[in-house]
Design a protein around this ligand. Structure first.
Ligand code: KG4
Ligand code: ZN
Length: 375
């Protein structure tokens, strides 16, 4: 089954063609980074205007590179939440038009779950390995920093989330303070390699550093607004040498990475997780990736990190996830609406090994098989 995926939730216009949920036939991403760089962050109306400009050529290129056409598609999938509403509406309207014109099913996909699914595209065997569950997934991007628990039957629990800024925002805002450009994550990642991560002790939010124990409900929550203020105070009115600046950058990154790794490993230990998944734009960070590898090497826990091109926003994860909804027989609703927010309660997912819809499909396939033949 071929699914066309469309993604316009933030500042990337993306389209992809994915076969049977994991075989990426094409994935095209048009980034608007340069348009927003001068503002130090994404401007929603500007993003929407750029999506309008880019959506047709991006989809056409995705078809061209896949060697397929709209007539070869079995479904259209589109991110409809969470995200910037003006931006989401562009992809959604386009997908609605395309699906209606082609008489195709239209699947609205949760962008956050799309990020989680990107790890399953990187390690498709997980789709059929119940023994590697439950998994703890850290979704860490410009819009999200959340820990979720995913059971083999597809049940999800939001273990924690950021109470203020997302980790990606903490990188982007630091880069703005230090005048390093936008987005901050990649440049901080690069510069931190030449600095001393132990030079400055930046605060670790919700880790009990203030002497007060962390409240039980905040154990797996995050807070990154304090570190940003601390950076502001640290560099204000100071004339830092180049090396001192690199040390500050490395220390700042260290603080974020330390919190992300410690909280994720603690959540995995508490829930006896078989695997840890790492996804979202900040999962491109080389220090974070290395630290997770070090932490899991000594354990018998599996680590799956989405490849960098599927960490940042893309449509392959949207098309891939949508395949499972189509297989499950999800009701097709061309009247899907855009929604800015991620619900407090996450919905169950259809792609885990023991998800009811996958079990039912397996039984159906077994019933169809002639089995032993008596002669
Ligand atoms: O997933 P994504 O493309 O968009 C959202 O859904 O938010 O993530 C973008 C975020 C930005 O905040 C960017 O600074 C961050 O990911 N990022 C990084 C790195 N590459 C991208 N953060 C740290 N290190 C990186 N190498
Ligand atoms: Zn994203």
């Amino acid at each position: 089954m071929n699914v066309l995926g469309i993604e316009t939730s933030c500042d990337e216009t993306a389209a992809a063609v994915v076969f049977n949920g994991t075989v990426v036939k094409s994935t095209i991403v048009a980034s608007q980074i340069e348009k927003h760089a001068g503002y130090g962050g994404v401007v929603p109306e500007l993003a929407a205007r750029e999506h309008i400009r880019n959506i047709c050529p991006v989809v056409e290129t995705a078809f061209l590179e896949s060697g397929l056409t709209a007539a070869d598609m079995d479904a259209v999938a589109v991110t409809h939440r969470p995200g910037l509403v003006p931006a989401l509406l562009v992809g959604l309207s386009y997908a609605q038009g395309l699906a209606a014109a082609g008489g195709l099913p239209l699947i609205g996909v949760n962008h956050f779950l799309g990020h989680v699914y990107s790890c399953f595209m990187a390690a498709p065997d997980l789709l059929d390995s119940p023994r590697e569950f439950p998994v703890v997934a850290l979704v860490v991007s410009g819009g999200h920093t959340s820990l979720i628990l995913l059971a083999a039957d597809g049940k999800t629990v939001m273990l924690g989330r950021t109470l203020d800024d997302a980790a990606g925002e903490a990188f982007d805002k630091a880069a703005k303070i230090l005048d390093l450009g936008y987005p901050g994550g990649p440049v901080i990642d690069r510069l931190a390699k030449n600095g001393d991560p132990g030079a400055v002790r930046f605060p670790r939010g919700l880790m009990g550093e203030s002497g007060k124990p962390v409240a039980a409900e905040d154990r797996f929550n995050f807070s990154f607004s304090g570190i940003k203020t601390s950076l502001l105070y640290h560099v204000r009115d100071r004339d830092l040498s180049k090396q001192e600046l690199l040390d500050v950058i490395a220390s700042y990154q260290e603080s974020i990475v330390d919190v992300l790794v410690r909280k994720t490993v603690a959540a995995a230990n508490e829930h006896d997780a078989g695997s840890i998944l790492l996804c979202g734009g900040v999962a491109c960070n080389s220090c974070l990736r290395d630290r997770f590898k070090e932490q899991t090497e000594a354990s018998d826990r599996r680590l799956v990190i989405a490849p960098p091109k599927f960490c940042t926003d893309n449509a392959a994860m949207i098309a891939g996830l949508a395949y499972h909804y189509v297989e499950q027989g999800e009701i097709v609703d061309h009247a899907i609406s855009a929604n800015a927010r991620l619900a407090e309660e996450l919905e169950d997912v259809p792609f885990t090994p023991l998800a009811p819809s996958r079990q039912a499909r397996k039984h159906r396939a077994e019933d169809d098989f002639p089995g032993d033949i008596d002669f």
